[in-house]
Design a protein around this ligand. Structure first.
Ligand SMILES: Nc1ncnc2c1ncn2[C@@H]1O[C@H](COP(=O)(O)OP(=O)(O)OP(=O)(O)O)[C@@H](O)[C@H]1O
Ligand SMILES: [Mg+2]
Length: 334
């Protein structure tokens, strides 16, 4: 059984369509990344999957339970760590977790064990009795994730878990997410607008833009499908030999495009491992020496541009965050 099934899901607000007829399956046990810019529809999709919002049309289910007709069953199986930090800053880490245990109806005799389990996992043991207002952003997020985990959900939803954190802290959070995934074997559905996050953390990624899913695949396979390795090299400036060289390169099927300027050339190819030896072969035939070369493999950025026609804007301070701040008090909703 798939952990999540989404069929032709649409959500209209008064003035906009937040998600537009999306369909998607998330396999049990995978880390699935939902990658898209501000306003793409990531949080709206997550709110529907976690039963906090109702769709306009279409349907979705988590472990076979429909999010509209069977919301209590869905809630039992999920944890939701929203984009805004949901912890109570005036409580200690331990008190926050105790509160979460209460609302998740964890049996009293298991509470201490569960708290120890998650607090050790996110490495906050030393700080457990300190008020969380004294915590750094990264520590707060770790506590927030621990709160979303304590009832051992089958699916953990993480809405932009590292937004606004510096790169070291972001990497640390990825490490915790991997650890959680390994230790609990749960399905993780994580939204992000960081390419690096999707690329490093996720087994599969769905690119969403303007409410529509553009592609779903593994990051590697998305990059491979682009078939655009870029090889840039510089040659000794000998005009005649350079022209002969270019003519020969043009005869190679594997080369899609050649860009030339004063000092270097860039060749676009579907397979650099075959093309690079050929380039050196031709250059030595002609007697033209290559000084240096750089190989650039396609990145997830290139994939994003190719499917959406634009760059992923790295803007975390847009108008959408205003609304999110307003929603801050809407915690996991469990
Ligand atoms: N409660 C709401 N009322 C009206 N419009 C909304 C509401 N929630 C979301 N929207 C709109 O739906 C669209 C998708 O918003 P959503 O929050 O799902 O995007 P997102 O991908 O999570 O963006 P971000 O990266 O900024 O968090 C946006 O145009 C937004 O303005
Ligand atoms: Mg969002």
């Amino acid at each position: 059984m798939n952990a999540i099934e989404i069929n032709s899901l649409t959500k209209n607000f008064k003035k906009s369509t937040a998600i537009d007829n999306i369909s998607l399956s998330v396999k049990e046990g995978e880390i699935f990344g939902f990658l898209g810019p501000n306003g793409a529809g990531k949080s709206t999709t997550m709110m529907i999957l976690t039963t906090l919002l109702k769709p306009t049309s279409g349907n979705a289910s988590v472990y076979g339970f429909d999010v509209v007709t069977n919301p209590s069953k869905v809630r039992k199986n999920i944890g939701f760590v929203q984009q805004e930090i949901g912890i109570d800053e005036y409580l200690t880490a331990r008190e926050n977790l105790q509160f979460q245990c209460k609302i998740s109806q964890i049996p009293k005799d298991q509470i201490q064990k569960r708290i120890k389990e998650v607090i050790d996992l996110v490495e906050l043991t030393e700080k457990q009795d300190e008020q969380s207002i004294t915590f750094s952003g990264g520590m707060r997020k770790r506590l927030d994730i621990a709160c979303g985990l304590i009832h051992r959900p089958k699916v953990l939803f993480l809405d932009e878990p590292t937004v606004g954190l510096d790169i070291q802290t972001r990497r640390k959070i990825w490490q915790y997410i991997r650890k959680i995934h390994k230790e609990f074997g749960m399905t993780i559905f994580v939204s992000t607008h960081y390419m690096e996050e999707a690329d490093n953390l996720c087994d599969r990624v769905g690119i969403i833009d303007h409410g529509k899913i553009q592609i779903v695949d593994t990051p590697q396979s998305m990059k491979n499908k682009l078939e655009t390795d870029m090889i840039t090299f510089s040659v000794i400036p000998d005009k005649v030999k350079k022209e002969q060289f270019i003519e020969k390169l043009k005869t190679l099927d594997l080369i899609k495009n050649i860009k030339i300027n004063e000092t270097n050339m860039t060749v676009q190819s579907s397979d650099s491992t075959l093309v690079i030896p050929k380039i050196f072969e031709i250059s030595s035939e002609i007697g033209l020496s290559i000084d240096s070369f750089i190989l650039n493999k396609p990145t997830l950025d290139d994939v994003f541009i190719s499917y959406t026609g634009h760059n992923l804007r790295d803007d975390t301070n847009g108008k959408f965050n205003k609304r999110k701040e307003h929603n801050q008090s809407r915690r996991r909703g469990l």
